[in-house]
Design a protein around this ligand. Structure first.
Ligand code: COA
Length: 326
C-alpha cells in the first residue's frame, strides 16, 4: 500500500501587521490584556484586494515549487476556508485555474480550524488506495474580512494566512500513522458565521450587526478546546502504541496561549516539545497548522523521518489529531 507523505510545503503570509497597539486605538483594550489573555502580539493582515483564492494560490505555487512537482501532476486539490470568495465556484477550482493544475479534481472541505487535519486524512485515503499520486491541500483564510472590528472579544484574535502541502504516494516511510476526526454538533452555535440564514438572535450578538462576521462563546470554546485537543492526542498515541517520547514535535492549532498551555499540561508534556507562532500571527484558522509545519521544517526543528503530532479544534464544533512521519 502506498504511503501518503508530505513532498512539499508552501506558505503565504501577508506583510501588513496589526499589533496590539493598533487595537488600543480601535477598541477598549490594552496590550497587557491581550498578551495576558491570549499570548498574541501581532497578526498579519491581507491587503483589501487580496481574497482567499489569491493568497491560497500563492501558497499552493510555493508548495509545488518546494515539492519539485509540476502543476499538471496534481491529481486532486482540496481547499479549506471559512472565508470563500464565492459559494460557487469552489475555491479549489479557482486555485486549479490560477496554478494551471489542469488534471486535478477540485473540491472544498470545511471543518473550520480542524480542516488541515481533515484534509490530510482525506487526501491520504485517496493515495493509500491507489487512486491518486499527488494531492494538493490548501488552507487559506482572510479572516480580516470576517472580523467584527468593533467586537473587542474577537477582533484581537485573528490574522490572515495560507498554508499548503503536497501529499505524494511513497513506497518508503510511514506516512499517516494514526489519526482521529471528531465533531460535537450539539455545540454548533458556539462559533458562528452566517450565510443565507436569517437569525435575529445571531445578528443581535454581533456588535456591528454583520451576521457574516465570526462570533463565539469564548469561554465555552476554551473549555471544549483544551479537553478535545489533549484527549484526542492521547487517544491517537495509544492507538499507535506510541508515547510522547516518540514524537519530535507537537503542533497544535494556534488559537490562544492559555488553551495550548492547559492542553499540554493535560497531555503531560513540556513546552519545548510544542511549536507555537501565535504571538506573531494570531489565529489564522485552518492555516495555522500547515504554516507551523512549514516554519518548523524551515528552522530544522523537524527533519525527514521525524514523527509529528498535529492537533486542532474549531467551529462545528470539530476536532482532529494526526501523527505522521515527516
Ligand atoms: N480587551 C479588554 N477586555 C476584554 C477584551 C479585550 N480585547 N475582550 C473581552 N474583554 C472583557 C470582557 O468584556 C469581559 O469583561 P466583563 O468581565 O466586564 O464582562 C472580560 O474581559 C472577560 O471576558 P471573557 O470573554 O470571559 O474573557 P476570556 O478570559 O474568556 O478571554 C478570549 C476571551 C476570547 C480571549 C477567550 O475566551 C478565548 O480565546 N476563547 C477561545 C476562542 C478560540 O479559540 N476561538 C477559536 C476557535 S478556532
Amino acid at each position: 500500500m502506498p504511503k501518503a507523505r508530505i513532498s512539499g510545503m508552501g506558505v503565504f503570509i501577508p506583510e501588513k501587521v496589526y499589533d496590539n497597539a493598533y487595537f488600543e486605538t480601535i477598541v477598549d483594550t490594552s496590550d497587557e490584556w491581550i498578551t495576558r489573555r491570549t499570548g498574541i502580539k501581532e497578526r498579519h493582515i491581507a491587503e483589501p484586494e487580496d481574497y482567499t483564492t489569491d493568497i491560497a494560490s500563492r501558497a499552493a505555487q510555493n508548495a509545488l515549487d518546494n515539492a519539485g512537482i509540476k502543476a499538471e501532476d496534481i491529481d486532486l486539490i482540496i481547499l479549506s476556508t471559512v472565508t470563500p470568495d464565492y459559494f460557487t465556484p469552489n475555491c479549489a477550482c479557482v486555485v486549479q485555474k490560477n496554478i494551471g493544475a489542469v488534471n486535478a479534481a477540485a473540491f472544498d472541505l470545511n471543518a473550520a480550524c480542524s480542516s488541515f487535519i481533515t484534509d490530510m486524512v482525506t487526501a491520504s485515503q485517496f493515495i493509500e488506495n491507489g487512486t491518486y499520486k499527488n494531492v494538493l491541500i490548501v488552507c487559506a483564510d482572510v479572516l480580516s474580512k470576517a472580523t467584527d472590528y468593533k467586537d473587542r472579544g474577537t477582533c484581537i484574535l485573528f490574522g490572515d494566512a495560507a498554508g499548503a502541502a503536497v501529499l505524494s504516494a511513497a513506497e518508503d516511510g510511514e506516512g499517516l500513522i494514526s489519526y482521529e476526526l471528531g465533531a460535537d454538533g450539539a455545540g454548533c452555535l458556539n462559533i458562528t458565521q452566517l450565510a443565507y440564514r436569517e437569525d435575529a438572535e445571531e445578528t443581535e450578538k454581533r456588535v456591528s450587526g454583520r451576521k457574516e462576521t465570526v462570533w463565539m462563546a469564548g469561554q465555552s470554546v476554551m473549555k471544549f478546546a483544551v479537553k478535545a485537543m489533549a484527549d484526542s492526542s492521547n487517544r491517537i498515541l495509544e492507538k499507535a502504541g506510541l508515547s510522547y517520547d516518540d514524537i519530535k514535535l507537537v503542533i497544535p492549532h494556534q488559537a490562544n496561549y492559555r488553551i495550548v498551555d492547559s492542553a499540554i499540561k493535560r497531555m503531560g508534556i513540556e513546552k519545548d516539545k510544542v511549536y507555537l507562532h501565535l504571538e506573531k500571527q494570531g489565529n489564522t484558522s485552518s492555516s495555522c497548522i500547515p504554516v507551523a509545519i512549514a516554519e518548523a521544517a524551515g528552522k530544522g526543528l523537524i527533519e525527514r523521518g521525524d514523527k509529528v503530532l498535529i492537533v486542532g479544534f474549531g467551529g462545528g464544533l470539530t476536532w482532529g489529531s494526526a501523527i505522521f512521519e515527516y
